[in-house]
Write a protein that binds this ligand. Structure first.
Ligand SMILES: CC(C)(COP(=O)(O)OP(=O)(O)OC[C@H]1O[C@@H](n2cnc3c(N)ncnc32)[C@H](O)[C@@H]1OP(=O)(O)O)[C@@H](O)C(=O)NCCC(=O)NCCS
Length: 342
């Protein structure tokens, strides 16, 4: 039995047809996984857009946790036989879809920055964040940075371009919980995670997302960007603040919850960096490295979502070979980036 890449050829993509039914999706995936395990009939084969064929068997699939605060929301994925950390297809609507098709849309109204609302859009956000940025396109240029899976209610926008999702950004709202089991809330709106796919970089999209964030909160005197900020993102900030001097006093690099002692003015920092001055002690009360590794970084609930790889444990895709009942494991409750393969 051969499972061709579903839908794509017919111009239908999962984000346009998925119902808002994570539970139903979960049950269908589990039933399919069980049938694979029982080995009924001839094993199926999935043909990738490249023509490569992958056997559909339990040893080549695994479940990933989509939301860090909802370990029961799992996605069944197919991995490359050559590299079991590379996801090549996703099981949705009782079919396998290539990862690239999951990122496509046939809805012409999905263009530009669109707020993430539906279950299908949350899956697109997950694929972009964990599978594309976290695995496929992470490079030394990104300074080892990657983001944890977002929470189920994360405020985020996906950037759609010519029928495909090419980037996203997420926001922590003023007054929302910082996570880590505390009652501490963000004191200002914070631009928390941002990503643009490699082939779309250097075309102003990162800057456009930062601008969109600033325009969303015209009334706020201070706006944050989550620390640590990547070198590329500093360049985006510099670019943006050169063009929009009126925003220079408003943008701060922040650690949660963003009190005055946890803020550094980004324009000042950009200028100091350019002048190659030892800026930290002059402008940052306290040790910035300590703030970078604040407890929220590895929090499972609503804390900041980004950090550097070495600061976050358990980012391996969960291998169902060792998880035959597909139940929620203890690690699921413990690790935000629990989902992982090895
Ligand atoms: C940071 C990121 C979102 C920037 O996206 P982008 O769409 O390329 O940004 P822009 O095109 O708006 O860049 C604006 C300007 O910033 C500068 N810039 C952007 N990326 C840069 C880089 N890697 N190195 C040097 N300068 C860079 C350039 O001056 C650029 O203008 P130019 O291309 O005309 O020279 C993207 O590189 C990315 O997704 N990186 C990985 C994730 C990440 O680091 N997120 C930030 C976490 S804080």
């Amino acid at each position: 039995m051969e499972a061709e890449a579903a839908g794509g050829a017919a111009g239908i993509y999962p984000v346009d047809i998925l119902e808002d039914d994570p539970t139903g999706h979960q049950e269908a995936s589990l039933a399919y996984y069980t049938s694979l395990g029982e080995g009924a009939g001839t094993p199926g084969i999935f043909t990738l857009p490249t023509g490569e064929q992958v056997n559909l068997e339990t040893s080549s699939v695994c479940f990933c946790t989509v939301h860090r605060d909802k370990p029961q929301h799992k996605l069944l994925v197919l991995v490359s036989p050559q590299d079991t950390k590379t996801v090549v297809a996703v099981y949705l609507k009782e079919s396998w879809w290539s990862t690239e098709d999951v990122l496509r849309t046939s809805d012409p109204t999905r263009e530009g920055l669109v707020k993430v609302q539906s279950f299908g859009e949350r899956i697109v956000l997950f694929i972009l964040n964990v599978i594309i940025f976290g695995r496929l396109e992470r490079s030394l240029d990104d300074d080892g940075m990657f983001f944890l899976p977002h929470s189920v209610k994360e405020q985020a926008k996906i950037l759609w371009r010519n029928g495909a999702a090419v980037g996203f950004y997420s926001t922590k709202m003023k007054g929302s919980l910082c996570g880590n089991g505390t009652s501490v809330c963000y004191l200002l709106p914070v631009f928390d995670t941002v990503f643009v796919r490699k082939q779309h970089r250097h075309q102003g999209l990162g800057t456009a997302m930062l601008q969109d964030f600033c325009e969303t909160f015209p009334e706020d005197e201070a706006l944050g960007i989550s620390s640590p900020i990547s070198p590329a993102m500093y360049q985006v900030c510099r670019h943006f603040l050169l063009a929009c001097p009126e925003e220079r006093g408003r943008l701060w690099e922040v650690a949660p919850p963003g009190a005055w002692g946890q803020r550094v003015n980004i324009w000042l920092k950009v200028q100091l960096q350019q002048a190659r001055l030892p800026e930290w002690r002059a402008v940052y009360p306290g040790n910035p490295e300590e703030d970078v590794s604040s407890p929220g970084q590895t929090s499972q609930d609503d804390g900041p979502t980004h950090g550097h790889k070495e600061q976050i444990c358990g980012e391996e895709l969960e291998n169902t070979r060792n998880d035959q009942d597909c139940g929620v494991k203890e690690e699921d409750a413990r690790l935000p980036g629990d989902t992982l393969l090895d």
